[in-house]
Design a protein around this ligand. Structure first.
Ligand code: SF4
Length: 426
């Protein structure tokens, strides 16, 4: 029995084809591959010993061949007064990344249960009847691809019936980031390395297990908006998306990937058959400002970025989200809002406005609510759906742009959930 074609020894991250090859090579019947997938992605076991559906002899051979489950390790857990949880996840090589759980959505993604999300969904999407149809189609598809889900079957009846209200998990795709956006704390770490597909999916499995929830019974949204630029780790990101849909059970339409604007990859992404929705960090209304705030704009300027967005093949009832971090007296003037409206005119899109989440080393200020509201009004008056995202978990450095593996004020993984003292909001 050898390693997989990608050289991985972790079962987490292997797709059905790789698991089938592994079991065939080991002289095992093909259904063993499905048993492994169910154990790793649905029961979310952490060791080979826990995969009780496999014969002991096969588990021992896997172990002797160097295979592990490869589950993410929750090293620390930081709990906000608003219920948001920031996880510090330990990786096999000692590196760490961050993953965020937002129990009532992230305040702006359509379908996340937030006011903004609901408003976006009702104004941009089709009828509730169609949404219900999609849900039932999803459940039918999941029944087809996974015959059993022990986690769901064993879940408490009360929790199964109730589900959780459209929670969102924000996951990382890289350790650190090379993109150097000036308003982002992650940028201060620099680029360390890409995450494997297994490490990306592992974050989701660890959080689902810790929160005792399971899609699709519990409505879970997923955003690739944590540490890193997913389109600079494209292949692993795409593979992780497939695994999340096919093996973990999260619907494509409940996942959103955010890019800082890696234009060639936006084109590639549009051709993927299974893909999350697209979000683009805009953050500026003209090239001079964007180059200052996001240096990658020198390589792919606004004209190229907006052209890629206009070319992007949107599915029925799909739109592109543009994120705009408002920085006091830098990019939040009425003139900036008018330029944004002009740039996006005619695009099937919405804009999420995010007042800067502050942090040490970030040299900008958070604009007042009045300025944010004025910016939003200009966009809306111009016919652009614009929503203000509530900051989530600012007090624990879990909000957008704050992920820097900060370790102050932690609540250890073994301790009960506690609020911690708040940082100043501006
Ligand atoms: S905003 Fe995203 S792309 Fe930009 S530096 Fe931060 S993590 Fe990287």
């Amino acid at each position: 029995m050898t390693m997989t074609k990608s050289g991985a020894s972790s079962l987490l991250g292997m797709d059905r084809e790789e698991l089938a090859a592994l079991t065939t090579e080991a002289g095992q019947p093909r259904y063993r591959a499905r048993q492994i997938a169910e154990a790793v992605y649905r029961q979310r076991v952490e060791s080979l010993a826990e995969i009780s559906t496999l014969p002991l002899e096969f588990r021992e051979r896997l172990e002797r061949s160097g295979f592990t489950v490869g589950a993410a390790r929750i090293e620390k857990k930081f709990v906000s007064g608003d219920g948001t949880v920031r996880y510090l996840m330990g990786l096999g090589d000692g590196q760490t990344v961050e993953t965020v759980w937002m129990p009532e959505g992230d305040g702006g993604e359509a379908g996340d249960g937030s006011e903004a999300g609901a408003e976006a969904e009702s104004s941009l999407s089709a009828s509730g009847a169609e949404a219900l149809l999609e849900e039932s189609e999803l459940i039918a598809a999941l029944k087809r691809c996974a015959t059993q889900n022990p986690v769901v079957q064993n879940a408490p009846a009360k929790k199964r019936a109730r589900g959780v209200g459209r929670s969102t998990i924000c996951i990382s795709s890289q350790v650190g980031c090379a993109v150097d956006c000036q308003s982002c704390l992650t940028a201060l770490l620099g680029a360390k390395r890409n995450l494997t597909a297994g490490e990306i999916v592992g974050q989701v499995c660890a959080v689902l297990k810790d929160q005792q929830v399971s899609p699709p019974q519990d409505r879970i949204n997923l955003v690739f908006m944590g540490m890193g630029e997913p389109f600079l780790n494209y292949e692993n990101f795409v593979k992780a998306s497939l695994l999340l849909v096919e093996c973990v059970g999260i619907a494509e339409r409940r996942m959103t990937v955010s890019t800082a604007g890696i234009v060639p990859r936006i084109h590639d992404f549009g051709e993927e058959t299974i893909r999350p929705k697209l979000a683009i960090s805009l953050n500026a209304s003209n090239d001079a400002l964007r180059t200052r705030l996001m240096p990658l704009n020198k390589k792919w300027n606004l004209q190229m970025l907006i052209a890629a967005a206009r070319d992007f093949p949107l599915r029925t009832r799909e739109w592109i989200t543009f994120e705009y971090v408002l920085l006091g007296s830098v990019n939040d003037e009425p003139e900036n809002a008018k330029e944004v409206a002009e740039l996006l005119r005619g695009l099937r899109c919405k804009v999420n406005l995010i007042a800067l989440n502050p942090g040490p080393g970030i040299d900008f200020t958070t604009p007042s609510e009045a300025r944010v509201a004025a910016f939003q009004k200009i966009l809306r008056d111009a016919g652009i759906p614009a929503f203000v995202r509530r900051p989530r978990g600012r007090d624990i450095y879990a909000a957008c742009g704050q992920l820097k593996r900060t370790v102050e004020g932690s609540t250890s993984a073994s301790q009960p959930v506690q609020g911690i003292s708040a940082l100043p909001a501006s």
